[in-house]
Design a protein around this ligand. Structure first.
Ligand code: NAP
Length: 297
């Protein structure tokens, strides 16, 4: 006899969530879904997922509820509002927020959940839409070991490198360390491609050579060619990246840390938002250097 799989709720079916939820459904878990824009759930419903009309309604029928929405304000709303996930989840359920959000909010949700006999983990991810599609995300988790062990088989459907980093909020702190590294790397890649172009080299050829040397990175090899092609379609929205850098700067300030690379990257990305490019992908940072070059020329 096969053992019945726990039911999984999934809220937030955007660039990341639609693929992550798809892996869970494909593995045979009963899947309950909700998203702000209903049409984004249609493909999953066609494959057997069940639609519910609110985050609370999903949580009320799910053993495990997963969220990957946009901003901390969205996380607060879906978890802590009246009739939200924490209010409606069943005692013994495990909640997993995979949004990139604030460490302090993750700790608040874990406490509110605990008071109702529910476990809550923060489990933000890295690896982009490519990693989500391939089920190969890095997943950094904060919360109790017992809840982590309970949901590990489900996390393994979405990620290839999954680590429990400490108490509630530790997953988000780890993700901030990740975003801090990405911020300065994006500057470096955009500057390198701009330099190669203005120096009269073939920038794609340059990326091919340096992409196997000491400067090699996921961002250089993945987003460098998109900068050259001026392909600014979003894999990761600028709006979301600025949200992450703002959280990271606030957390650094609380820790008494000065992070000038992060501050500069955030300032340059804000100029892109001011110019109407917030819905583009983060590789659009290349525009800043194109504009600088055009002015100088
Ligand atoms: P996205 O495409 O905007 O997806 C977010 C989804 O959540 C959207 O479908 C949105 O609904 C839904 N949503 C937002 N607020 C909601 C609410 N209050 N109730 C119900 N649904 C709600 O963004 P994404 O790229 O998948 O990113 C999601 C999160 O993962 C962000 O925090 C981002 O920073 C993080 N992240 C993204 C990447 C990446 O490469 N894309 C990588 C790592 C981490 P609508 O359809 O109505 O907009």
């Amino acid at each position: 006899m096969t053992e019945q799989k726990p039911s999984v709720g999934f809220i937030g079916l955007g660039i990341m969530g639609q693929h992550m939820a798809g892996h869970i459904l494909a593995a045979g878990y009963p899947l309950n879904i909700y998203n702000r824009t209903r049409a984004k759930g249609d493909a999953l419903v066609a494959q057997g997922a069940q639609w519910f009309d609110s985050p609370g309604a999903v949580a009320a029928v799910s053993d495990i509820t997963i969220t990957i929405v946009g901003y901390p304000a969205d996380v607060e709303q879906v978890y802590l509002s009246k009739g939200g996930i924490v209010a409606k989840a069943r005692p013994g359920a495990v909640l997993i927020d995979m949004t990139t959000s604030s460490p302090a909010l993750a700790a608040r949700i874990a406490q509110a959940a605990l008071e109702r006999g529910i476990s809550a983990l923060d489990a933000p991810v890295s690896g982009g839409d490519v990693g989500a599609k391939a089920g190969k995300l890095a997943i950094m988790v904060g919360g109790e070991t017992s809840a982590f062990n309970q949901v590990l088989p489900v996390l393994e459907l979405m990620g290839a490198n999954i680590a429990l980093m400490g108490k509630a909020g530790s997953g988000q702190h780890t993700k901030m360390a990740n975003q801090i590294a990405i911020a300065s790397t994006m500057l470096a890649v955009a500057e390198s491609v701009s330099y190669a172009r203005v120096a009269g080299l073939n920038p794609l050829q340059v990326l091919k050579v340096i992409g196997t040397g000491a400067a090699s990175s996921f961002l250089l090899n993945g987003l460098g060619p998109k900068m050259v092609d001026e392909d600014f379609a979003p894999g990761f929205f600028i709006h979301h990246f600025v949200k992450d850098m703002t959280i990271a700067l606030e957390e650094a300030k609380k820790l008494g840390l000065d992070l000038p690379g992060l501050a500069l990257a955030r300032r340059l990305y804000l100029t892109l938002i001011d110019n109407g490019f917030g819905e583009e992908g983060t590789q659009s940072l290349y525009r800043v250097y194109n504009a600088i070059h055009a002015e100088a020329g």
